[in-house]
Design a protein around this ligand. Structure first.
Ligand code: UDP
Ligand code: MG
Length: 330
C-alpha cells in the first residue's frame, strides 16, 4: 500500500519463526526436525525453530536442548509445567523474533511441506494465512463428527466468525502477532482470538495427515474444557438464554394467574387451588430466573471489560503524509 511512497532501503533478510508446541513428543521430534529443515533450507530466507516445551516428562526436554546446542536456528523455551497447548502457543508468540510466524504441531499432522505456499501468500500481502482441512485422515469418526457439530454451534453463538475446519496451523505476520499479543485475557481460546483480529487473510486447503508417531495428548475431558472455553470466551448467549427462559416462564405464570383471578371475579367460580399454585410457582420462578439473567448481563459486562481486549485494531491509515505539517492542520 504505502510501501511505494517510502524510500527504498536494501531489504534486510526476512526471518520466519516456526513455533512448535511440544508435550512428550520424543517419538516424532527427529522426523519433525528433518522435515522442517528440509523444507526451510530450500527457501531463500532465514528461519528460527522455536520449540515450546510444555512441561514434557519423556526426555523431550533433553533432546531439544541437545538440538539447540547444535543448531543456531533452534531455540527452546521450557515452561515450568504442562500449561496446555493454548498457553504454549501464547508463549511462542511472545518470544518469536520472526517477521512472520508459523504455528505447527510437532506430530506432523500439519505438513511442513506447505510452508512455502504459506510464505508465498504472506509475501503477496496477507497478514494471516489460515490452513483449512479438506480431510481429516488421522482423526476418528467420533472426533470428526463432534468437531463438525461443535464449530457449527460455536459459530452461531460467537460474536466473531470462527472459520470451521481450521486448527492452529497458520501463518501470522508481525502485525498480526502484535494484535494477538494485545489481547491480555487469561483464558486463551486461540482459535477465537485468531478470528477476532481479522486482517487480510488467505485460506489454503490441505489434507490433514495422521499423526507420524506417538499419541494424541487430547483426552475427551480436555476437549470438552476447550470447547466450553470457546463458547464462554466468545459469546454471552448462554446468559441471554437464561433471561429469555425466565421471561417466558414469568409470562406464563402471569397469564395463568390473571386467568384464575378473572374466572373468580367474572364468573364467581371458586379459585382452583392447584391452578393458583401452579401460577404462583411459575410467576415466582420466572421472576427469579429473569432476575438472574439480568444480573448475569452485568456479570457479562464485567467479563467483557476484564478481558482488556483492544476496542479496535487499525489496518492502515491513508493520508497525504508528504504535505507540510502546517498545511495539514487546515
Ligand atoms: N501439545 C502441547 N501441550 C499439551 C498438549 C499438546 O504443547 O498440553 C502439543 C503437542 O505436543 C502437539 C500439538 O500440541 O505438538 C497438538 O497436540 P496433539 O497432536 O496431541 O493434538 P491432536 O492433533 O490430537 O488434536
Ligand atoms: Mg495431532
Amino acid at each position: 500500500m504505502s510501501g511505494a511512497l517510502l524510500p527504498h532501503f536494501p531489504s534486510a533478510p526476512l526471518v520466519v519463526t516456526v513455533i512448535i508446541p511440544v508435550f512428550n513428543e520424543l517419538a516424532v521430534l527427529p522426523v519433525c526436525l528433518a522435515r522442517l529443515r528440509n523444507v526451510l533450507d530450500s527457501l531463500s530466507l532465514s528461519y528460527e525453530l522455536l520449540f515450546i516445551d510444555d512441561g514434557s516428562t519423556d526426555g523431550t526436554s533433553l533432546y531439544l536442548d541437545r538440538v539447540a546446542s547444535d543448531m543456531d536456528a533452534v531455540r527452546v523455551i521450557h515452561l515450568s509445567r504442562n500449561f496446555g497447548k493454548e498457553a504454549a502457543m501464547t508463549a511462542g508468540l511472545d518470544y518469536a523474533r520472526g517477521d512472520a510466524v508459523i504455528i505447527l504441531d510437532a506430530d506432523m499432522q500439519d505438513p511442513p511441506e506447505l510452508i512455502p505456499d504459506m510464505i508465498h501468500a504472506w509475501r503477496a500481502g496477507s497478514d494471516v494465512v489460515v490452513m483449512r482441512r479438506r480431510t481429516r485422515v488421522g482423526d476418528t469418526w467420533m472426533k470428526r463428527v463432534s468437531a463438525h457439530l461443535y464449530y457449527r454451534i460455536l459459530n452461531r453463538l460467537s460474536e466473531v466468525a470462527i472459520p470451521p475446519d481450521t486448527g492452529d496451523f497458520r501463518l501470522l505476520s508481525r502485525r498480526a502477532v502484535a494484535a494477538m499479543r494485545s489481547m491480555t485475557e487469561r483464558s486463551r481460546y486461540m482459535k477465537g482470538l485468531f478470528a477476532w483480529i481479522g486482517m487480510p487473510t488467505t485460506t489454503i486447503l490441505y489434507d490433514r495427515a495422521p499423526r507420524a508417531a506417538g499419541k494424541s495428548k487430547w483426552g475427551l475431558a480436555n476437549l470438552a474444557k476447550l470447547g466450553f472455553d470457546g463458547i464462554t470466551s466468545f459469546s454471552l448467549s448462554p446468559l441471554r438464554i437464561a433471561s429469555i427462559a425466565g421471561a417466558i416462564i414469568l409470562i406464563i405464570g402471569s397469564v395463568l394467574g390473571l386467568f384464575v383471578i378473572a374466572r373468580a371475579l367474572l364468573y364467581g367460580e371458586s379459585i382452583s387451588v392447584p391452578l393458583a399454585f401452579v401460577a404462583l410457582l411459575a410467576f415466582l420462578s420466572g421472576l427469579q430466573l429473569s432476575t438472574i439473567g439480568v444480573l448475569g448481563t452485568y456479570v457479562g459486562r464485567i467479563h467483557t471489560e476484564i478481558k482488556q481486549r483492544p476496542v479496535y485494531l487499525i489496518q492502515g491509515i491513508v493520508e497525504r503524509a508528504h504535505m507540510p505539517a502546517q498545511q495539514r492542520q487546515h
